[in-house]
Design a protein around this ligand. Structure first.
Ligand code: IVH
Length: 671
């Protein structure tokens, strides 16, 4: 067989890029886009390719790390024992292999402790003399965030242990979970407040654990199951027996934990819990099989990432079959058109599913979808279910029409376009396509952007329909009278909206950049831009080279920024926002470089500057203890002089013997 090495390398690179991105979506954004199974499959394929082709091994490959959930707002703590992950499988054959391997290595009787695999966020708790002293997240496996204060709010975690036969010092690990009931109620509340929903209880639990305010954590009613003890003086050699002891000390240990002594018993356990888990109050995604004896565990040892004495068998995502009735199309703020399948309602993982995302035209084509088809719907870790296949046998002679992606925008009729190399179709009518206009305003007011209190998509729709707003800057012309009396809008709400809009004027520059909704400019890029360009004028005037020079900004983002500012309508919006008094330059208030280097100094600013605007220099003077004065007098300490300083000022300065500092000298003075 001839192996095409270039294509092997291409596939490796492709998998690495995709896995890096999915890791980021999962761990940083908390917004996974693919199911665990798809992720695990890709990871498995990459591991196999790297094993076969060691010449392509890379220290930074996603296979080399176990992910990270570190958060800069918490103190980081090194784990005494690293928090490893488990080898995963979806195949019963691999469970058999695992079992046989152990049998061969140990060569004596052994027991397997079977447990539920809880789908939450893992935690390591340290107890000293019966008291909880520290709770640390998994982080990157070596060090995690100290979230002790938040964990203390979880009622099922004992702060003081019961009895007296616990070791003086030990760690116990487990999973923090948000029960389904609490999760559903929380999302309902968030929906009512028009806040973004949590995709699943796992994200809700990990997000909650990272909140800075532990009273909110307490209100979220998290739960915890513990499943692993570590320490020098554990009471028994058996993992199961130690867990039962821990139950008597006050820990919540799952009743589903069971010791098995044959493969058949293990499979019975798996099959039983694959069904029965639907009745559990918390999310689960598999079972964990562990060699019970700690002495035998030691004998089996560890690979670089996981113990050889344990394996996780993951359940297949739940699947339901239902009828496809219609396909409708949604237009987002960027003009991207997303196809949505409308289905006969069907019960799936505890919720009723009526709609599913179809992602893009290629996916519809690959599924060979016809109206009336019986389709398979799956819900992995995500809230939004997706269609994974068609039951071809159920398609009769009289099947419905083949689903063809629309050619024109369903909202404004404009012919759709497709960018090279992209799967999505776009409506190019940015100027007058209603969902694009509303989508941009919704993005502008959203929590991570201008965070305008009292407003959500419904208010945007109401104001747009009443022709009160057509872009974000129109918000700043609204009055209470404009809004009061509109459909279901009272004086109180109207006032709240106007107050929210007013308050948003204080939003920092970087968030205003993010709020503009420039394609590919997310929060991080916006921060970088604010740091590098200081003012919106600087950013508007930046050329490709200036932009690419900024860390993490490549030509795709740079081009998009240039394109954005070249559109007259966008220039007008920026101008209007500036006039409304938004922060369109980097304020120095938050700068850590506060000094008293200019204390007692009166400084006149004159001329045109390259590096910062006048206002920024004014702020800088004040921040460093000086006073900015308008006209030159004998009391003036010096003049911060830019280019083209007026001749009369120059003459006066010379007459009074007042020195001139240019921009560079002034910045040097402060540095
Ligand atoms: S034992 C060294 N037991 O699954 C083994 N883990 O990929 C330590 N998990 O990070 C883990 N239920 O968050 C173990 N009954 C269970 C579990 C469990 C869920 C999670 C845990 C871990 C991940 C492993």
């Amino acid at each position: 067989m001839i192996i095409d090495m270039a294509s092997v390398k291409n596939r490796i690179d492709e998998l690495r890029d995709a896995l890096h991105q999915h890791n980021y979506n999962y761990y940083v954004l908390n917004q996974p886009e693919i199911s665990d199974k798809e992720f695990d499959d890709m990871m498995y394929e990459l591991q196999q390719l790297e094993k076969k082709h060691p010449e392509y091994i890379d220290e930074n490959s996603p296979t080399m790390r176990v992910g990270s959930d570190l958060n800069k707002n918490f103190t980081q703590v090194y784990h005494k024992y690293p928090m490893l992950s488990l080898g995963n499988t979806y195949s019963e054959a691999e469970v058999t292999e695992f079992y046989e391997r152990i049998k061969k290595t140990i060569n004596e009787d052994f027991e397997i402790c079977c447990e539920i695999k809880f789908d939450g966020t893992s935690i390591s708790l340290t107890y000293e003399n019966g008291s909880l002293v520290q709770a640390v997240t998994r982080g990157d496996g070596e060090k995690g965030d100290d979230v002790t204060n938040n964990v203390k709010t979880i009622k099922s975690i004992p702060l003081r242990l019961h009895g007296n036969n616990y070791p003086p010092l030990f760690e116990i690990r487990g999973e923090i979970l948000m029960p389904w009931k609490i999760f559903d109620a929380l999302n309902e509340e968030r929906e009512a407040r028009e806040e973004p929903l949590f995709a699943n209880p796992r994200n809700a639990a990990s997000g909650t654990l990272k909140l800075q305010n532990s009273s909110i954590v307490a209100s979220r009613k998290l739960d915890a199951y513990l499943y692993y003890l570590l320490g020098d003086n554990l009471p028994y050699d058996g993992h199961y027996e130690n867990l039962q002891a821990a139950a008597t000390w006050g820990f919540k240990i799952s009743d589903a934990t069971k010791k098995c002594t044959s493969l058949q018993e293990i499979f019975d356990y798996i099959n039983f819990w694959d069904i029965e888990r639907k009745n559990l109050p918390v999310a689960t995604d598999g079972v964990v099989l562990k060699v019970n004896s700690i002495a035998q565990q030691k004998q089996l040892g560890y690979t670089a990432k996981s113990p050889r004495w344990a394996i996780a068998y993951k359940f297949q995502a739940e699947r339901a079959t239902t009828r496809l009735n219609t396909v409708t199309y949604q237009v987002g703020r960027t003009g991207a058109v997303t196809p949505v399948a409308n289905l006969d309602p069907v019960q799936l993982s505890g919720t009723i599913v009526k709609r599913a995302s179809l992602h893009n035209a290629d996916i519809i084509e690959a599924l060979d979808l016809h109206i009336g088809d019986m389709v398979y719907v799956e819900k992995g870790g995500e809230i939004i279910p997706k269609i994974t296949g068609v039951d071809m046998e159920a398609r009769g002679f009289m099947h419905g029409e083949k689903v063809k992606f629309i050619t024109n925008c369903p909202e404004c009729g404009t012919r759709l376009i497709r960018f090279e190399g992209e799967a999505a179709f776009y409506c190019p009518n940015e100027a007058t396509c209603p969902p694009q206009i509303k989508g941009r305003i919704e993005h502008f007011i959203s929590r991570k952007a201008m965070n305008i209190d009292g407003m959500g998509p419904e208010t945007v729709d109401l104001l747009y329909r009443n022709k009160l707003i057509n872009n974000a800057s129109d918000l700043y012309n609204l009055t209470v009278d404009d809004i009061n009396g509109l459909d279901r809008m009272g004086l109180k709400s109207a006032k709240k909206i106007i107050e929210g809009i007013e308050a948003s004027k204080k939003t920092p520059f970087e968030r205003v950049i993010f709020a503009l909704g420039i394609r590919f400019v997310g929060e991080t890029v916006a921060k970088r831009l604010a740091k590098s360009f200081k003012s919106i004028e600087d950013l508007e005037q930046a050329n490709l080279e200036n932009l690419i020079n900024v860390d993490e900004i490549g030509s795709k983002i740079a081009q998009s920024i240039i394109e954005f500012f070249s559109v007259k309508a966008n220039q007008n919006i920026v101008e209007n926002l500036k006039n409304a008094g938004l922060n369109l330059e980097q304020s120095f208030d938050e700068s850590p470089n506060k000094t008293n280097k200019l204390e007692g100094k009166s400084i006149v600013i004159s001329g045109v500057f390259k590096h910062h605007s006048r206002d920024e220099y004014k702020n800088l003077i004040e921040l460093n203890g000086g006073k900015n004065v308008g006209s030159i007098s004998s009391k003036t300490s010096f003049i911060l002089a830019g280019d083209n300083m007026g001749p009369s000022k120059l003459e006066k300065a010379q007459k009074l013997g007042i020195s001139l500092l240019n921009e560079e000298e002034f910045l040097e003075l402060l540095s």
